[in-house]
Design a protein around this ligand. Structure first.
Ligand code: ADP
Ligand code: MG
Ligand code: MG
Length: 209
């Protein structure tokens, strides 16, 4: 399988898992938000899915940019522009590339995080998607530095994302709708951190196949 074919399968699997977890994500958002996160994300990823057929043979940057634009134009709510920005920033790292290496993977995640931080004016500890994504990135980077292969590196990223997700239950939301609840947001898991965890898990699952 070429590496761009692998990217297409990863995105397909991400979409499948997000859509399977539509109700779960929406229920999480019902508690500390407006009960639409699963609906928003499923809409976005089914639109992405519809376009993946046309993506075959295109480069990494093209596929990721197209995914970003589709998410931005179809996902309602705060998460659309944030995920869109993440994919768009990642795309710039691999513009024109048919193959990528570990350094590209690390740079893609780093740029995605920087994009979300800039767009969301948010950081780790605000009870958002970044609380899953940043620990996952740190684990991924460390794993590659220790000479591990992608399969193992993404396993470690998934574990770290899950830990970050659990951590969101213990903190006050400082960004997004959940922040309106203040202290009452404690005890509840962040929906966006959950969809990010699912996305990372989807990458790991695809690499295992
Ligand atoms: P909305 O809140 O507009 O209904 P969603 O429900 O789709 O949008 O997404 C909510 C999720 O978006 C939150 O759980 C959180 O993870 C993420 N989020 C919201 N605001 C920010 C922000 N400023 N920075 C990072 N992530 C954010
Ligand atoms: Mg919502
Ligand atoms: Mg909403």
């Amino acid at each position: 399988m070429s590496s761009t074919d692998l990217l297409i399968v990863i995105l397909e699997n991400m979409g499948k898992n997000i859509i399977e977890n539509k109700d779960y994500l929406t229920e999480l958002d019902r508690v500390i938000g407006d009960a639409d996160h699963g609906i928003n994300m499923s809409k976005g990823f089914s639109a992405v899915n519809d376009k993946l057929g046309e993506m075959k043979g295109k480069d990494w940057g093209y596929i990721l940019k197209n995914t970003a634009m589709t998410l931005i134009s179809t996902v309602g709510g705060a998460s659309g522009p944030l995920y869109g920005t993440a994919f768009l920033r990642a795309a710039t790292v691999v513009d024109g590339k048919m193959d990528i290496d570990h350094e590209d993977v690390v740079n893609m995640f780093e740029q995605a995080i920087e994009g979300i931080k800039a767009r969301g004016k948010s950081d780790r500890g605000d009870k958002t998607m970044l609380d899953a994504l940043i620990p996952a990135f740190d684990a991924l980077k460390a794993a590659y530095q220790n000479g591990l292969e992608s399969k193992k590196a993404f396993q470690m990223a998934e574990d770290a994302a899950l830990e970050g997700l659990e951590y969101t239950k213990t903190i006050i939301a400082k960004k997004g709708r959940a922040s309106y609840l203040g202290e009452r947001s404690i005890g509840h898991q962040d929906p966006g951190a959950t969809s990010t965890y699912i996305a990372i898990r989807s990458i790991k699952e695809t690499l295992e196949e």
